[in-house]
Design a protein around this ligand. Structure first.
Ligand code: SAH
Length: 354
């Protein structure tokens, strides 16, 4: 059988080539692109403004891949966690978080993760594979299909399973589709990419012109401690990381976000706060404090709320913008660091193709 080309994941230029192969002019590719990403249509015969010959031609030689919805759980706090199946039977988790009338979608970029941060459950899975651009984009389309009337996804955060900058090319390609006016049309300032601190890719991202927000998972202010918590620090130590961030071409009025997971007795002491203040001095940034989410496989404890607030007070008194992010979706293991698809052998079969 002819191997059909999957259009989901192609950028506009690539779709232009597909359309040209069918003898159609370039503007048809913009229509096709908009049907697939802007309207989330998965069947060529629904693309009513395309000529029938193009629609049947595409149906013969192309497909529109889609993640299979395998499971959905709703937390007591309204957070929804989705288990999506990929074409090869792998699965990923995506989280939808309601917050003050707005929904934030937390997307995965890899199956598993290679970076093995000491307190992260995704890390215990190890690295399985990178997600393809279409699989990253389709998480948003799949969530959109499941929205209630009046609901809208306002923000996208690349904070699910995986390290987005380890999967740089697919992530950036997905982002270009997510922000494209004919695609999903998300304003870049509504998208945040979170990284553990891969320095060369941070530099590349800064020069990409994408303009999405950058969040950096810091968690420690000394190399000695960060080496233990975030092993990639041995390759890209704090000095290099901070130099790259100081040179990062930030859009006007925006800041770099630092995520700092507070771990009881490990990185939540007054001296840790002082170290952090020194490290961030003069940088246009804010700090997002998270209490460690616990799990049996995570060998650390969550600090008391009092310790968290004391840490925040230290930062604030030094003039650093510091917020405490509450854990969402804890009861369904949808909270930060708890995403892990242990059963990565879900049967294929629910895959729908246009
Ligand atoms: N790899 C990227 C994207 C994942 S974002 C990154 O590290 O930034 C997921 C966020 O959850 C990261 O800030 C991560 O450090 C944090 N996290 C991991 N394990 C956690 C846990 N057990 N409790 C709270 N946050 C955790």
């Amino acid at each position: 059988m002819l191997n059909k080309i999957d259009l989901k994941g192609l950028n506009l230029e690539e779709m232009e080539r597909v359309v040209a192969d069918h003898g159609e002019p370039a503007y048809r590719s913009r229509q096709l692109f908009h049907w697939i990403y802007g309207r989330g249509v998965r069947a060529f015969d629904e693309m009513s403004d395309l000529p029938v010959t193009l629609r049947t031609g595409l149906a013969e030689r192309a497909s529109i891949g889609a993640l299979a919805s395998l499971a959905r759980e709703v937390s007591g706090d309204g957070t929804r966690k989705y288990l999506f199946g990929c074409a090869d039977g792998r699965s990923i988790e995506t989280v939808l978080i309601p917050d003050e009338g707005r929904l934030t979608a937390c997307l995965s970029t890899q199956v598993g993760c290679a970076l093995a941060c000491a307190f992260c459950l995704t890390g215990t899975m190890g690295f399985v594979r990178h997600l393809q651009p279409g699989e990253i984009v389709d998480q948003v389309l799949a969530l959109q299909r499941d929205l209630q009337p009046g609901e809208r996804i306002g923000n996208l955060v690349l904070m699910g399973m995986g390290e987005p900058l380890h999967n740089y090319d697919a992530t950036v390609k997905a982002l270009t589709i997510l922000v494209h006016p004919l695609g999903l049309a998300y304003p870049p300032r509504r998208i945040t990419l979170s990284t553990v601190g891969l320095v060369p890719e941070i530099v590349r991202l800064g020069h990409s012109g994408l303009g999405v927000n950058l969040a950096v998972s810091l968690h420690a202010s000394t190399d000695e401690l960060r080496d233990r918590l975030v092993p990639i620090n041995r390759r890209y130590p704090l000095k290099e990381l901070m130099a790259a961030l100081r040179a990062y071409p930030l859009p006007p009025r925006s800041r770099i976000t630092f995520e700092y997971v507070l771990i009881d007795g490990v990185n939540d002491r007054p001296e840790d706060a002082r170290g952090l203040i020194r490290l961030l001095r003069g940088l246009r940034c804010k700090v997002n404090l998270l209490s460690l989410n616990e799990a049996p496989a995570i060998p650390f404890r969550r600090p008391s709320q009092k310790r968290v607030e004391t840490f925040q007070r230290h930062l604030k008194s030094a003039g650093i913008l510091a917020t405490i992010r509450e854990s969402r979706g804890l009861d369904i293991s949808a909270a930060c660091g708890l995403l892990a698809t242990e059963t990565n052998h879900t049967p294929v079969g629910k895959q729908r193709n246009g």
